[in-house]
Ligand binder design. Structure first.
Ligand code: SAH
Length: 218
């Protein structure tokens, strides 16, 4: 990451990391990635002063950047070692994409809203992460070309797991996905064991809806 941006707002970022530690986040690689990633660049200027609070913030186009503790929790659950190929559905601000790029070998990220993807791409380029590929389109289709993935992170809520994700997941790979209705969901982690997905319930969550062919329609 470019040294200049890494030093901006270092103090508030440190305090956020301490808050996350107090909330029970233990994974040092995850905490280190949060410490090194300028979240203030990923939020609109109007809410920039709140970038290091542990809150979700609006990012435009009716979407939100999740709370840092949610990102931390998500990433901790995946237990990434740095060797993985990861698929992210719903780039949004690109903040989680930037975190993933420090925790995995390769990140593939899909977003359906062009304005969000353009902005995310611009900031990622600015901070200098190189192991990320972006795709504009319907993330419920997955990204067959680079499958299988060791992890698939879905940043929006779906009624059920799109069948494409199981097909594009490596043996032992994990899917993190909020499942439920359009307003409220439960976060699930699904692990591929042969032809079945072992399902673990994590926590109640509220995400924007996943819109696409294998999820909510429009
Ligand atoms: N992790 C992101 C979350 C953004 S909100 C962040 O913290 O910034 C979820 C995103 O999923 C939104 O940007 C929304 O446009 C996107 N999304 C919803 N349905 C999608 C689909 N089918 N394919 C790709 N992106 C989708």
């Amino acid at each position: 990451m470019a040294a200049a941006v890494e030093h901006e707002l270092r103090g508030p970022r440190r305090r956020l990391v301490e808050t996350l530690q107090q909330e029970g986040i233990r994974d040092l690689a995850v905490l280190q990635a949060i410490d090194a990633t300028p979240r203030h660049l990923f939020v609109p200027t109007g809410v920039r002063h709140r970038a290091y609070e542990d809150s979700a913030l609006p990012i435009g186009s009716g979407q939100t950047i999740s709370q840092p503790s949610i990102h931390a929790r998500y990433l901790e659950l995946l237990k990434l070692t740095g060797k993985e190929k990861v698929l992210e559905i719903g780039t949004g601000s690109g903040y989680q994409t930037a975190l993933l790029s420090q925790l995995a070998a390769q990140v593939f990220s899909i977003e359906r809203i062009p304005a969000l993807l353009d902005k995310a791409r611009e900031i990622i380029q600015q901070i200098g992460a190189r192991n990320i590929s972006f795709l504009l389109g319907d993330g419920t289709l997955g990204w067959r070309q680079y499958a299988p993935y060791d992890a698939i992170l879905v940043g929006a809520g779906a009624p059920e797991v799109p069948s494409t994700y199981q097909e594009q997941l490596a043996e032992g790979g994990r899917i993190l996905i909020p499942l439920g209705d359009r307003e409220e969901q439960t976060l699930f982690m699904l692990t591929r064991r042969g032809d079945t997905l072992e399902k673990t319930e994590i926590a109640p969550v509220r995400f924007v809806p996943l819109l696409g062919k294998y999820s909510w329609q429009g």
